[in-house]
Each structure stands twice: as structure tokens, then as C-alpha cells.
Design a binder for this molecule. Sequence first.
Ligand code: FES
Length: 89
Amino acid sequence: MRPIEVEICLGTTCFVMGASALQNLQLPESLRAKVKISYVRCLHLCKNMDKFRKAPYARIDGEVIDEAAPEKIIQNITQKIKDIAHATN
Ligand code: FES
């Protein structure tokens, strides 16, 4: 299975809005080998706040996550892994 791609924005807007909590995201042991995390300077979503409700932002396999927090990201990754497993069975 290909890894789940997680992009976490550490740009100024996202950082001010709480992305510092995502800086060293600790994944549960069961997810670590299934996820590739990268940190980016700006996902260019902060300029479109009416569409994407609230920073900080992350993107998981291309899906935008607003108000990103560690628990929300982990929950989303877990769901994507379940969806992929379900789709391939
Ligand atoms: S600073 Fe995070 S989307 Fe721009």
C-alpha cells in the first residue's frame, strides 16, 4: 500500500493559528509506516479564508483539513486507511 501523504503547513498564518502543535506530529506506532509527512511553508489556502474556513491547514492525500490539530489529522489518516482497505477488499 502506498503511504498516505500528509502535508502540514507551517507558514505564518497557520503557525499563528496553532500549527506549532503540528510541528512534531507524533503518530501512533500503528500508523507510522503507512504515512509520509512533509512540512510546507504555505499551502496557499490562507488567502482564501472564505472557502477554507480556518487555519491551520493540512492536506491529506489532497484533501484539505482546516482547523488542523493532531487528533483531527490522526483521525483523518485512520479513516483513509480504513477506506483504502475497504476499497481493496
Ligand atoms: S500559511 Fe498555511 S496556508 Fe498559507
